[in-house]
Design a protein around this ligand. Structure first.
Ligand code: SME
Length: 151
């Protein structure tokens, strides 16, 4: 299946030491956005130093107003605190949600752990309603594990 076939490509990009880490993360964002039909915006947020906020490191998709997200705010800020995957089949049904574009219908955020600490996350927006399954969760957990290895 498609997500499985992307795994070696993700690993290959992340192992390329000729590129900076941010460049490699950007290529992973592009790979996922361009190859998975229901991924319309893909980005990596990380804890911003000692601050209780997330900072957008790199992304593929339209520009967003949400480059900085305080812990607790929006889907991303909630995952920074909960340490758990957050799958949102319908963003309109969420009270605590930060809109990136009116086209977005759904979202998935998977926390990224380094040495057991929640240091960031991968965030994906979709223009399709309710497109995410456990396959996406397992795949994105794999991506984050691979990313953690180079951080
Ligand atoms: N929707 C997110 C904000 C980030 S944008 O999707 C890029 C949220 O509610 O946290």
């Amino acid at each position: 299946m498609l997500l499985e076939s992307l795994k070696p490509e993700v690993t290959g990009i992340l192992k390329n030491e000729d590129l900076s880490i941010t460049e490699r993360l950007h290529m992973v964002c592009q790979l996922l956005k361009n190859n998975v039909e229901h991924y319309d915006w893909v980005g990596f947020y990380f804890k911003n130093g000692d601050k209780e906020e997330l900072k957008l490191r790199t992304y593929s998709g339209i520009e967003t107003d949400h480059e900085i997200i305080p812990f607790g705010k929006g889907i991303c800020g909630q995952v920074a605190i909960s340490n758990e995957n957050f799958v949102v089949p319908d963003v309109q049904a969420q009270d605590n949600y930060l809109s990136c574009s009116i086209n977005v219908k759904s979202e998935i955020v998977i926390p990224l752990f380094k040495n057991g600490e929640n240091i960031g996350q991968i965030d994906i927006d979709s223009d399709t309603p309710d497109p995410f399954s456990e396959k996406d969760e397992r795949f994105l957990e794999f991506v984050n594990l691979e990313v953690a290895k180079i951080l």
